[in-house]
Design a protein around this ligand. Structure first.
Ligand code: COA
Length: 309
């Protein structure tokens, strides 16, 4: 049997500047009421670089795990807004954290963190002892702050997990990743440009993608939605989350929501919502957690995890 993995630590980082819906009202033709009703967002954090936020989240995860940087064999940084074209932002984070071992970036847009989880899990199966996975994005960098259709949604942040090798057990029960590249035009930013998005189409496809992906991951884990203690979905729009949960027959009491205070932080959104749920005491050892998301591409990704170190 191949070795398995468990999550042994976590960390997050958010920039200090809070931008409320009221702040946006000051310079955009929008309202707190519209944003709250259509998206569920009340405020978001803006600022920093991917390397700064990722380093902060990674440092917290290392401390939380009770390990030292040299215990980590691989850093996987999921980001869709790298600080530079070359080198990968993970190079800067690797140095700032004092890591040894390897590091690289992956970009699967807002599905990046769960894509990264499958990469990290695979690296453990093929020899790594510990992998630091970080999802970090500074979407404000590619968002036109004067475009009300995107500026109210996107924000900045980072979240990190540490996966550790287990010889006789595996807490990664099933996963699914995929892409339909023909939907590329629904959400894109040209090099040096701002995000362009067909909001309604993204909404519709997002619900289908998350539901289909979640079902595939559950099937591979030989589990049903009844086995799931908590769903941690990508935080793009509260209405997308509610529609997907309804189709999966999972009540909102079993869904993690942090979009109200984080907005859409892309690769960081799932770990930020997960750590909020941990901090709120909503996750106990042995619980089965479903992470599920979608993003530009259009990508989708889901993972079923048994919680516990
Ligand atoms: N404030 C006020 N009005 C706004 C607005 C804003 N920030 N943004 C758009 N509007 C207007 C539109 O111009 C439109 O006006 P019109 O009817 O006069 O043409 C009206 O509100 C309705 O727009 P529509 O796009 O149909 O709204 P919606 O209910 O679909 O909500 C989104 C818009 C973007 C919130 C929603 O489509 C969405 O969340 N889509 C998915 C986006 C996403 O998840 N992206 C990230 C993927 S990882």
């Amino acid at each position: 049997m191949l070795p398995g993995a468990a999550v042994v630590g976590w960390g997050t980082a958010l920039p200090p500047v809070v931008v409320t819906n009221k702040d946006l009202e000051a310079y955009l033709d929008t309202s707190d009421e519209w944003i709250t009703e259509r998206t569920g967002i009340k405020e978001r954090r803006i600022g920093g670089t991917v390397a700064e936020l990722a380093t902060q989240a990674g440092k917290m995860a290392i401390v939380n795990s009770g390990i030292v940087p040299s215990d980590i064999d691989l850093l996987v940084l999921a980001t869709t807004t790298p600080d530079e074209s070359v080198p990968a932002t993970s190079a800067v984070v690797h140095s700032a954290l004092g890591l040894s071992g390897a590091a690289f970036d992956i970009n699967a847009a807002c599905s990046g963190f769960v894509y990264g989880l499958t990469v990290a899990r695979g690296a453990i199966a093929t020899g790594c002892s510990r992998v630091l996975l970080i999802g970090a994005d500074v979407l404000s960098r590619i968002t036109d702050k004067m475009d009300r259709s995107t500026a109210v949604l996107f924000a900045d942040g980072a979240g990190a997990l540490i996966l550790e090798r287990r010889e006789d057990s595996d807490n990664f029960l099933g996963w699914d990743i995929g892409i339909d590249g023909s939907l590329h035009d629904l959400l894109y930013a040209e090099l040096g440009g701002y995000i362009k998005m067909q909001g309604r189409d993204v909404f519709r496809k997002a619900v289908q993608a998350m539901v289909g992906s979640a079902r595939s991951a559950l099937e591979r884990a030989s589990l049903t939605t009844d086995d799931i203690s908590l769903v941690v979905p990508h935080q793009a729009n509260l209405r997308i989350i509610e529609a997907a949960a309804a189709r999966l027959n999972i009540p909102m009491e079993r869904v993690a929501v942090s979009i109200d205070h984080n907005g859409n932080t892309s690769s960081a959104s799932i770990p930020l919502a997960l750590v909020d749920a941990i901090d709120a005491g909503r996750i106990a050892d042995g619980d089965i957690i479903l992470l599920t998301g979608f993003g530009a591409g259009m990508t989708w990704a889901s993972a079923v995890i048994r919680w516990g170190r």
